[in-house]
Design a protein around this ligand. Structure first.
Ligand code: GLC
Length: 501
């Protein structure tokens, strides 16, 4: 297939550094740069939330007060443009004070209208600017309705009829489920509900995630393992029957990290810099972290960190059951950085009080502290029950901190279990999300830690793995071209009248 540059409209409800609640923002702030580096004309579109500082980010008005149709109503939108920092990737901020005036990203029930508006206003902006996208890359439920429009109300639209759509699932659990009114807001009332014999709830509810899956030309999620997992009831969040129907167009593409942004050789927020050939600085970082955390400063004690949301999905329940006996019987240290469910805050607080020299908690998110944990720890704990892609394990590898992970989703695809005899592997992997497996794997890791040459070799291997975005961008490039081929084939079938939609 030809490799001519494509015009790509990239829709994400959150984009770093402008707005972030989760991993989607990190992807949306990074992948478009690598796609640009491949030569594509890519524009990112996101809502202009109330907290976004127009001056700080250099927003300039591009379209003011243009009309956006929401069913039988009209709303006004304004479009501001800037670029992703240190790049020439344009980013569109779609503004409407009534819908996006508040600083919160997500508000619950009003979100159906807010995000349908943002999608419609993004398409309308492209039309007004006469910038015809070859591909729309829609992320998660917030942008899923675009797939629906392209295949129904817009399928004969002269401007968009050749536009293909790639739908990326980052978090299947967040489905965007609303009532019938949404069909009116989206101007889709005449097409009604989706009918699927195994998904009766879709006959009376609008599930935006399912519409992305049902109508996209190509679908992907953020790791090959998760692309297989979501075909099963255990991970399918109720949509596995539809995903199985469409498995021939479902792919898994691993996320990456920006190797310049995360680089222990140049990081100014850590106590000493280092790299795979000169790893000495890592010990300095460990001592500094032990000091900051008020733990015993001792290079011989393995230091484990957990960074992220304190929730069941991230494996906190499993940690809760496992850590108590571990701390009671073994000399390890633990730092937890993140916020989440109240019961886990309480439990960790008690754990800290019981083991003040071994456990420290920071109920916050702080980028400098996170970097100090990546640099200063020996092991990153990531026992997630579900992890579609995951980024923290990639950052840990880059900083020579060996990830200890449950073999699920992107964790299974990016961390290779250490085999001390073959001298291979980059971390510690357990298969069953159960106390014994996690306990045994922490034991295996702390045992390995006592064998310095073995450990140092594994750290070197971890630091040399390459998970940069350019690899992922090439995969997305392929998927865009597949989506286009599928779109064009469908259109030619349509124009010969051989199928009806
Ligand atoms: C979601 C997933 C996470 C993934 C991220 C970016 O937050 O839970 O695993 O890395 O999206 O794709």
């Amino acid at each position: 297939m030809s490799d001519e540059p494509l015009r790509i409209l990239y829709l994400a409800s959150e984009v770093e550094p402008f707005a972030r609640t989760g991993g989607l923002a990190e992807v949306a702030g990074a992948l478009p740069r690598s796609l640009r580096a491949l030569g594509h004309d890519i524009r990112v579109a996101m809502p202009c939330y109330g907290h976004i500082d127009a001056q700080r980010w250099g927003l300039r008005p591009l379209l003011s007060d243009y009309t956006v149709t929401l069913g039988n109503r009209q709303e006004q939108a304004s479009l501001y443009q800037s670029v992703l920092p240190d790049s020439d990737v344009p980013i569109w901020f779609i503004d409407n004070q009534r819908l996006f005036g508040s600083p919160e990203l997500y508000l619950g029930e009003p979100d159906a209208e807010r995000f349908i508006f943002w999608c419609q206003a993004s398409l309308e902006a492209a039309r007004q600017l006469d910038w015809q996208p070859d591909v729309i890359h829609a992320n998660d439920w917030h942008a899923a309705i675009v797939a629906n429009w392209l295949r129904t109300s817009l399928r004969r639209d002269l401007f968009f009829r050749d536009t293909a759509l790639l739908y990326t699932i980052h978090t299947l659990a967040y489905r965007g489920v609303f009532g019938q009114r949404v069909l009116e807001i989206a101007g889709l009332a005449e097409y009604g509900f989706i009918t699927h014999p195994d998904l009766p709830s879709l006959h009376r509810l609008v599930d935006l995630m399912s519409r992305g899956i049902y109508y996209a030309d190509i679908i992907n999620t953020v790791s090959p393992t998760h692309a297989r997992e979501i075909l099963t009831p255990a991970y399918g969040e109720g949509l596995d029957p539809m995903l199985r129907d469409r498995r021939d167009r479902l792919f898994g593409v691993l996320n990456g990290i920006d190797p310049d942004r995360y680089n222990p050789a140049t990081d100014t927020q850590i106590s000493a810099t280092y790299d795979a050939d000169h790893p000495e600085g890592k010990a300095v970082c460990k001592a500094a972290l032990q000091t900051t955390a008020g733990l015993d400063v001792d290079p011989k004690i393995p230091l484990l960190s957990f960074i992220g949301r304190l929730s069941d999905q991230k494996g906190l329940g499993l940690l809760q059951e496992t850590l108590e006996p571990l701390l009671a019987h073994h000399r390890i240290q633990l730092i937890v950085l993140g916020t989440g469910e109240e019961r886990y805050h309480q439990w960790l607080q008690v754990l800290h009080e019981r083991y003040p020299e071994a456990v420290q908690t920071f109920f916050t998110f702080s980028e400098p502290l996170a970097r100090q944990c990546y640099a200063g720890s020996d092991i990153l704990l990531m026992p997630s029950l579900v992890e579609p892609g995951g980024t923290n394990q990639l950052i840990a590898l880059r900083y020579g901190t060996l990830p200890l992970v449950h073999a699920t989703g992107g964790l299974a695809d990016t961390v290779q279990d250490i085999d001390p005899y073959a001298n291979t592997g980059t971390g510690f992997v357990f298969k069953q999300p159960e106390v014994q497996s996690l306990y045994g794997t922490v034991m295996r890791a702390t045992e390995a830690y006592r064998h310095k040459p073995l450990w140092d070799n594994a750290v070197k291997r971890a630091m040399r793995t390459d998970w940069s975005w350019s690899r992922a961008a090439k995969r997305y490039d392929e998927l865009y071209r597949r989506a286009r081929a599928s779109r064009l084939a469908r259109r030619s079938r349509l124009s010969y009248g051989s199928i009806s939609e």
